[in-house]
Design a protein around this ligand. Structure first.
Ligand code: GDP
Ligand code: MG
Length: 439
């Protein structure tokens, strides 16, 4: 029991600061997760070394291991980097807001144009769509069809007109009619090419949009980084829409886009239908990219359950030998609040080796302790020595809790052993100063 209690204690107290050596495995896991999510390699390297430097020396909260806490820090940083809050589409007060769509062919620009219009219409913002893709024969018709579906007008001048001129007239029309937002759909190429960039630049120069949204297919993978860099350098983007997130992609492109351009992802496309557009939520995306939901849940639970001030008081008590059964019970309940012991242990990478029997045993032990402590009087809880010296008190507790007197004696003996061990550790006599210094 002493061993088991001791390890439960280590978990509860938080045992360490984050250092290079205790997060090696976690670092490797995080790197792999990001790469598997198709975050650009260079972005991964930069991001990880930044987070590692930041995390170095952080105190590990009670109930989790340093590597788990590191993963939580990575997650928080991911959320932070991707923008923390959802950033809505710009709206210019009392004027027509101009939105320019940019991106390669097939990424979902035309679809996103219609999706965005539907989204704005639901916010009572009137829209006009402008069709400037004169290169693909069906492109204009596609936008007209989508416009009909959502009951939003489309401005077009056929496929012989100059795209820049179409954009200019479209915006003029929107302004004349007092339309809230005009969205300009543009042509793309399969690869970035100079002509496309030059044309887009001219459109932008001519209409002076408040928003230039880069539409990025989330399946683009590693290439999303280069793509973003080029568009951002040559055109300048104010935001992005990440499409096709309804597929298997883990969405690493979101991090690449944000890291490289600094522009927020504003929406995500989650299907072919016009309704399939959602605001971008950095926390959800961070979970998707990292894919370590279990560990995050563990750390969050620990954070919720543990009141740091309380823990500090507890530490003082331990070090000054004032730690008693009341405190012990509090800690046991903490463990229980955090879910079943088995549940907690299974969330810890590499810890699922424990057999179900062992886990059950651990939980049974915790329950036993709690039952026996519950049968103690206040005085007995405060002063464990009372129990050590009084067989009749131990018998009463055994009867009250339904265990044997020997069980109670063992609990008391173990508790006293543990308490003196902790004091010694606290005084650094075991060569483990800082054992409880994590708080
Ligand atoms: P554009 O060339 O950039 O204008 O791309 P389109 O809007 O024509 O879309 C290309 C293809 O991707 C079409 O078949 C769309 O239905 C599809 N598409 C667009 N957005 C999404 C999305 O979020 N999810 C899925 N599954 N398909 C999408
Ligand atoms: Mg198109």
């Amino acid at each position: 029991l002493a061993d088991r209690l001791e390890s439960a204690w280590k978990k509860l107290r938080g045992q360490d600061k984050i250092s290079q050596s205790n997060i090696q495995d976690a670092l490797r896991e995080v790197r792999r997760a990001l790469l598997e999510a198709d975050v650009n390699l260079q972005v991964v390297k930069d991001f990880i070394s930044e987070v590692e430097a930041k995390a170095q020396g952080s105190e590990v909260i009670a109930g989790v291991r340093p590597d788990q806490q590191f993963i939580k820090i990575v997650y928080d940083e991911l959320v932070q980097v991707m923008g923390e809050e959802n950033v809505p589409l710009v709206e210019v007060e009392g004027e027509t807001t101009i939105v320019l769509m940019a991106g390669l062919q097939g990424t979902g620009k035309t679809t996103a144009t219609a999706k965005l219009a539907l989204h704005l219409r639901k916010l009572n913002r009137s829209c006009l769509l402008v069709a400037t893709d004169v290169y693909r024969p069906a492109a204009i018709d596609q936008l007209i069809t989508l416009g009909k579906q959502i009951d939003v007008p489309v401005f077009e001048l056929g496929s012989d007109a100059d795209p820049v001129e179409i954009a200019r007239q479209g915006v003029e029309r929107a302004k004349a009619e007092g339309v809230n937002t005009v969205i300009i759909d543009t042509a793309g190429r399969l690869q970035i090419d100079a002509d496309m960039m030059a044309e887009l630049a001219r459109i932008k120069q001519t209409v002076q949009p408040q928003e230039t949204l880069l539409v990025v297919d989330s399946m683009t993978g590693q290439e999303a980084a280069n793509l973003t860099r080029t568009f951002h350098e040559e055109i300048g983007i104010t935001g992005a829409i990440l499409t096709k997130l309804d597929g298997d992609s883990r969405g690493g492109a979101a991090l690449s886009v944000r890291q490289i351009s600094g522009a927020p992802i504003k929406f995500v496309g989650v299907g072919e239908k016009v309704e399939a557009l959602q605001p971008f939520y950095p926390d959800r995306m961070a979970s998707r990219i990292l894919g370590m939901g279990d560990v995050l849940t563990l750390v969050e639970k620990a954070q919720e359950e543990i009141d740091l001030a309380d823990a500090e008081q507890m530490q003082e008590k331990i070090l000054s030998a004032k730690f008693d059964f009341t405190d012990f019970l509090k800690q046991l309940r903490l463990l229980k609040n955090m879910g079943s012991l088995g549940g907690i242990i299974k969330m810890i990478p590499g810890m699922n080796k424990l057999s179900d029997d062992q886990l059950k045993h651990g939980e049974t032990q915790l329950k036993r302790c709690e039952a026996m402590i519950n049968s103690m009087t206040r005085q007995e809880r405060r002063d464990p020595d009372l129990l050590a010296s009084s067989p009749s008190r131990r018998r009463r507790i055994a009867t009250g809790s339904g265990y044997k007197e020997a069980d109670v004696s063992k609990l008391v003996a173990d508790f006293q052993k543990m308490r003196s061990l902790m004091q010694q550790m606290g005084q650094g006599q075991f060569g483990m100063p800082g054992m409880f210094g994590g708080m």
